[in-house]
Design a protein. Structure first.
Length: 384
């Protein structure tokens, strides 16, 4: 499908300037848990719209096998000696994500904190935007911000606390290291002006890939940078007696000794990931009693355990990139966040999500899939 060229003043329901009929390349790249949703085109000088190309214009193109056409804003144009223009463009979601959250009023402490379920947190972030107005979308209809962000599959009973230092953008609030996704989990799906957040995006497809004998057809990478033997959560808390104490607790208890606050193992070096829970436990003071300490340690234990299990800290990361046509034929119905089964050399089957895809919008087919960086055990990897 050929892409179309628009100005921002065009009625987006129609054809804009028209098709870029001589376009020789149009590829859309999207990554999971990333703001990278981009388009790259190559336009020869013979295209009738060639002289109209400039930054700030919009390109409408098919981004994958499922979604409707999406709008991308041109941010870079480079022309080679043959006169072929390489055009780079970013999805229009950036217009929304760059909104600034004003944070607290004058005289209120710097850090901005909100606690609640997923919908309550989203509403608070949107309500505190500096540009507190309705959002005019591609269909030329004004929506409130609450219509733009749609939640799917989140539990009202899951309560989290988010602490950020203003001013910050919607991107930081939703996708940053201390933002919504880090606290609640989930994945984004961008659909022109709408932002859809899924607790569990994608589905398991009936595709099985086996690697071992055909490794030359895969690019693989394994990293143990984020492998840890133990997570220790800690918090500095205030007591009713006016004192401050730092309390620790770790997971798993086969490595962490709760009596001595020490880690132990065999003759290898223990790698520890420290998780600061001070902000989460700062809302109250505690009596200096064994019962109160036990209550704090239970909260720290749950946090350490959840971090260890969710992040799979004991397992190295593996990343598999597939560009070989023989495998891509079976992956044409596998989109971003969909999963396939990958059989390791040991026979172990792991379900891996597509974390990056590149789609050829002209031929309407995927030309690259990346699966990972979900973690598999080192034993399984070495047995491939």
């Amino acid at each position: 499908m050929k892409p179309r060229l628009y100005s921002k003043s065009h009625d987006w329901k129609h054809n804009g300037f028209g098709f870029l009929s001589k376009c020789i390349k149009c590829e859309v790249t999207e990554e999971l848990e990333s703001t990278d949703y981009s388009l790259e085109m190559e336009i020869p000088r013979s295209d009738r719209l060639y002289n109209l190309l400039e930054t700030g214009l919009l390109v409408r193109a098919k981004p994958n096998h499922l979604d409707p056409t999406q709008f991308f804003e041109i941010d870079k144009i480079k022309v080679n000696k043959q006169g072929i223009a390489t055009v780079s463009a970013q999805h229009i979601k950036s217009d929304f994500l760059n909104n600034i959250v004003r944070g607290n009023e004058f005289g209120v402490p710097t850090d901005w904190m909100i606690q609640g379920n997923a919908q309550q947190v989203v509403n608070k972030i949107l309500d505190c935007s500096i540009i507190h107005r309705n959002w005019k979308s591609a269909d030329d209809v004004e929506h409130s911000f609450s219509d733009v962000v749609q939640l799917n599959g989140f539990s009202n009973s899951d309560i989290q606390r988010i602490i950020l230092t203003p001013p910050f953008t919607f991107e930081e609030a939703f996708l940053g290291d201390s933002g919504f996704i880090k606290k609640f989990g989930g994945e984004f799906r961008f659909d022109n002006e709408k932002i859809k957040i899924y607790k569990n995006r994608g589905e398991l497809k009936p595709v099985t890939l086996r690697f071992g004998s055909g490794l030359s057809e895969f690019d693989q990478e394994m990293s143990n940078d984020d492998v840890y033997d133990c997570v220790i959560a800690y918090a500095t808390v205030k007591t009713t007696e006016g004192n401050e104490y730092t309390v620790f607790y770790g997971y798993p208890e086969t490595v962490y000794h709760p009596i001595t606050d020490a880690v132990f193992g065999s003759d290898y070096e223990i790698r520890v990931y420290y998780h600061n829970m001070t902000s989460e436990l700062s809302g109250q003071t505690y009596a200096e009693t064994p019962e109160a300490k036990s209550h704090i340690e239970e909260a720290l234990f749950i946090s350490a355990r959840d971090q260890f299990i969710r992040q799979k800290f004991d397992q190295p990361k593996i990343n598999v990139k597939i560009t070989a046509a023989s495998h891509l034929r079976r992956l044409q119905n596998v989109g971003l966040a969909d999963s396939v089964n990958i059989v390791c050399g040991s026979g172990t089957i792991v379900s891996e999500k597509a974390t990056k895809v590149i789609y050829d919008s002209l031929k309407e087919r995927y030309i690259q899939h990346e699966f990972g960086e979900r973690k598999v055990s080192l034993k399984d990897y070495l047995n491939t």
